[in-house]
Ligand binder design. Structure first.
Ligand code: SAH
Ligand code: SF4
Length: 403
C-alpha cells in the first residue's frame, strides 16, 4: 500500500505557480542587452547609422569594463549624446536592499526587484560572494524562488516566482563589483579582480529561464567587457534534460548536475523533476554534453542526507553509474533550515563516502559550508517576505492530493 508520503510525492506538482511576467520600467536600463539590441535602441532614439557601432562600443566599455553608474561618467561620449541617452535610458542595476558580511568574509546581498503586479510588493533575490585564496566566486540567482520543489531545498518552498531578466542576472555581477570596488580602474597588487568565478547556484532553476540565462552569461563572458571566461562559469541544473546540450552549444559554460540520488525511486522524492527526466536520460545528456573532457569535467553535486542517500551502497552505485563520463563529484553537507525533515549525514560517514569515491579515482571535495552565520550557504537562499505559511503549505499539499 502507498504511504501518505509516497502518495504526496507521487502527486506533488512539478511546478507550483504560474510564472509572473516582467514589466519593464518606463526608462529601461541598458544592462543585459546584447550589442545588437543596444544598436536597435540607439536607432530608435535617432542615432545616425554611421555612429551606432562606435557608440555601442563606447557604451559597452563604460558599462562593463569601467562599471559606470550613469551616463555623465562616460566622458569619451559627447555631452549632447550623454544628455540624449540620459533622457531615454539608465544603467541601473538591481537595488541593494541589504548587505551582510559573514565572519568568514562571505558577503550576501539582498536585491530588490520590481514585481509585475503593482499591487504586490517588490520581489527579493539573493546573491553571495565567497572569497577564497586563489579565487572569488559569486553565486548568482536565476529566478525569484524556484518553480521546482526539491524536498531538501529551502528555495523550493518559496511561493512567488518570476524569471529574472538577463539584465537582472548580469546586474548581480555588477552589484558585486560595485560593492567590492572591483572594476578595471581599481588598483590591486596583482592587477587581478576579486570576482573571478561565477556559479549559477543561487535561487532558481537556470535551465527553466534558458534565454535570459544564456543572454546574461554571454555578456558576463564577453572578453571586451566583464571578461569572466566560460571555464570559470558553472551552471548548475536539477536536470532539465532538453536544455542541457543546448547549454553546451549556446553558452559553452561548465556544467554541474544536482544528482543527489542514484536510484530513480529516491531521486523522484528528492528532485521531483526526475519523474519527467529520469536518471538514465539525464546521464545520456551528460555523455552528449559538448566540450566535456578530462580537462573540462562535469560536476555531480550530491547533498549528504543522513540515512537517506549516504550509504556505502549509494557510493558504490554512484561510482558505477558515472563510468565513462568525465566527472567530478561534489559532496555537499546538507544545510538544515527551519521545518525540514532531513538531517545532515554524520561527518565520519561523509568522510567514508568521500574516501570511497576518491579511491575509485574521482576528485571528491566536500563543499565547506560558507557564510552559515548569515544564512548564505547552499540551499538556504530564500527571501523572508515570500515564505509559505504552514497553512499555505498544507493547502498546496491538499491541492496536490486532489490533482
Ligand atoms: N536549481 C539549481 C541551482 C541552484 S541550487 C539546481 O538545483 O541545481 C545549488 C545546489 O544547492 C544544488 O545542487 C542544490 O541541490 C543544492 N541544495 C539545495 N538545498 C540545499 C541544502 N539545504 N543543503 C545543501 N545543498 C542544497
Ligand atoms: Fe529549485 Fe534547485 Fe532548489 Fe530544486 S534545488 S528547488 S531546482 S533551486
Amino acid at each position: 500500500m502507498q504511504t501518505m508520503v509516497e502518495a504526496l510525492n507521487a502527486s506533488a506538482p512539478l511546478e507550483k505557480v504560474a510564472l509572473e511576467t516582467y514589466v519593464p520600467p518606463a526608462k529601461p536600463s541598458l544592462i543585459g542587452l546584447s550589442r545588437a539590441e543596444i544598436a536597435e535602441r540607439l536607432a530608435a532614439i535617432g542615432v545616425a547609422p554611421a555612429q551606432r557601432k562606435m557608440r555601442v562600443q563606447q557604451l559597452w566599455h563604460w558599462i562593463y569594463v569601467r562599471g559606470a553608474k550613469n551616463f555623465d561618467e562616460m566622458t569619451s561620449i559627447s555631452k549632447e549624446m550623454r544628455a540624449q541617452l540620459e533622457a531615454h535610458f539608465t544603467v541601473a542595476r538591481p537595488e541593494v536592499a541589504a548587505e551582510q558580511i559573514s565572519s568568514d568574509g562571505t558577503r550576501k546581498w539582498l536585491l530588490r526587484l520590481p514585481s509585475g503586479d503593482s499591487l504586490e510588493k517588490a520581489h527579493e533575490v539573493e546573491c553571495v560572494y565567497i572569497p577564497e585564496t586563489d579565487r572569488g566566486t559569486l553565486c548568482v540567482s536565476s529566478q525569484v524562488g524556484c518553480t521546482l520543489n526539491c524536498s531538501f531545498c529551502h528555495t523550493g518552498t518559496q511561493r512567488l516566482v518570476r524569471n529574472l531578466t538577463a539584465g537582472e542576472i548580469v546586474g548581480q555581477i555588477m552589484v558585486a563589483r560595485d560593492r567590492l570596488n572591483d572594476w578595471a580602474d581599481r588598483e590591486t597588487p596583482s592587477g587581478g579582480r576579486l570576482v573571478t568565478n561565477v556559479v549559477m547556484m543561487g535561487m532558481g532553476e537556470p535551465l527553466y529561464n534558458f534565454d535570459a540565462v544564456r543572454d546574461a552569461l554571454l555578456i558576463v563572458s564577453d572578453n571586451e567587457g566583464i571578461g569572466i571566461s566560460r571555464r570559470r562559469i558553472t551552471l548548475s541544473t536539477s536536470g532539465v534534460v532538453p536544455n542541457i546540450v543546448r547549454t553546451g552549444e549556446e553558452i559553452g559554460v561548465m556544467l554541474a548536475i544536482s544528482l543527489h540520488a542514484v536510484r530513480d525511486e529516491l531521486r523522484n522524492e528528492l528532485v521531483p523533476l526526475n519523474r519527467k527526466y529520469p536518471i538514465a536520460e539525464l546521464l545520456q545528456a551528460c555523455r552528449d554534453y559538448p566540450g566535456s573532457s578530462n580537462a573540462r569535467r562535469i560536476t555531480f553535486e550530491y547533498v549528504m542526507l543522513k540515512g537517506v542517500n549516504d550509504s556505502m551502497e549509494d557510493a558504490k552505485l554512484l561510482v558505477k553509474m558515472l563510468k565513462g563520463i568525465p566527472a567530478k563529484i561534489n559532496l555537499i553537507p546538507f544545510n538544515p533550515w527551519p521545518g525540514t525533515r532531513y538531517e545532515c549525514s554524520d561527518w565520519d560517514q561523509i568522510e567514508r563516502f568521500s574516501e570511497y569515491i576518491f579511491n575509485a579515482g574521482y576528485s571528491s571535495p566536500v563543499r565547506t559550508p560558507r557564510g552559515r552565520d548569515i544564512l548564505a550557504a547552499c540551499g538556504q537562499l530564500k527571501s523572508e517576505t515570500e515564505k509559505l505559511s504552514v497553512r499555505e503549505r498544507q493547502a498546496l499539499r491538499a491541492m496536490a492530493m486532489t490533482d
